[in-house]
Design a protein around this ligand. Structure first.
Ligand SMILES: [Ca+2]
Length: 304
């Protein structure tokens, strides 16, 4: 479980049906962008804008004692303090008329907590293709979809994230940039769980407490996505680098040309599954697939 995610191949196989001609009913309707932009602010306060990540070295892949990683030098850059929210993405759509991959497909992959489980190999037990699920309605419709303006945008494919980043005047961070930023200038080995739990075992990020995927004890107070900024920032002033949503990076995964690295883990990462709530972890994600647990933030070459 150090690298990749058990069952990830099953997810990819299931979702591949989308691009192979699964659902084709384009239905971009949903919550109006004006309503998302005008929604009251979320309960958690966070600083807006970008944080400067100074030039320095990152021990890429350092993953606790005995796993030192390799030294990579990263030039200074700026990074969004928080994951791009639905409110921000709505401003982008308002300005450009952009339609996401999930809206064109007419369906997207949503985590649905199962009532029963037959082993852990088949991720299709908790990943479901939901018609009309897209960034405007993360669950595919209903009252659950109406109050998420300050949660991270999800159901965005790689091209969707990259398009937003260009519009915002930036780009997606590389793996090394992302990992240096996530470590918050921390140096030296750190126990893997220390990125998401304090010394007393109290959550410091939005992950999954309990036996995934059947039960949550919910010590972090969020059963699903959290609004950005509900947990303390790291030393660079960044929130939610660990947990909440996986984040797209610009770095390719392997040589297939169709997968990118995602980093940070999500609200679905538990000790018994995934456990990727730490900077070293990564997963390969097919570029054309958005899901309910992958978002992004933007890197920039200048302060504003
Ligand atoms: Ca949680």
């Amino acid at each position: 479980m150090r690298r990749g995610l058990p069952g990830a191949a099953a997810v990819v196989a299931m979702l591949a049906g989308l691009s192979a001609g699964g659902f084709t009913t384009a239905d971009p309707a949903g919550v109006e962008v004006a309503a998302i932009r005008a929604a009251p602010p979320g309960a958690c306060k966070t600083r807006e804008g970008r944080a400067f990540i100074p030039a320095g070295e990152v021990s890429l892949g350092e993953d606790g004692p005995g796993r030192p990683g390799r030294a990579v030098t990263v030039a200074g850059f700026w990074l969004d303090r928080h994951e791009v929210t639905n409110r921000q993405f709505a401003a982008f759509v308002d300005a450009t008329g952009y339609v996401t991959q999930g809206e064109r497909d007419g369906a997207s992959a949503v985590f649905v907590q199962p009532e029963h489980l037959s082993g852990m190999d088949d991720a299709g037990q908790w990943w479901k293709l939901v018609r009309k699920a897209n960034w405007r309605r993360p669950h595919g419709g209903g009252a659950d979809d109406l109050a998420h303006a300050d949660e991270p945008v999800v159901h965005v494919a790689y091209a969707d994230a990259a398009a937003y980043a260009r519009w915002a005047g930036g780009r997606l961070p590389t793996e090394a940039e992302w990992e240096r930023a996530a470590r918050g200038d921390q140096s030296g080995p750190r126990a893997p769980q220390a990125w998401a739990y304090d010394d007393d075992g109290k959550p410091t990020a939005n992950t999954w407490q309990g036996d995934f995927p059947l039960a949550q004890s919910n010590e972090d107070h969020f059963t699903g996505l959290a609004p950005v900024g509900c947990f303390s920032p790291n030393a660079f002033g960044l929130v939610d680098m660990i947990g909440n949503v996986w984040e797209w990076t610009a770095s390719a995964a392997g040589t297939s040309g169709v997968e990118r690295l995602i980093k940070g883990g999500s609200f679905l990462c538990a000790f018994n599954y995934c456990a990727n709530f730490r900077p070293a972890a990564w997963q390969a994600q097919e570029e054309g697939i958005g899901t309910s647990h992958v978002g992004f933030r933007v890197a920039y070459e200048k302060a504003a």
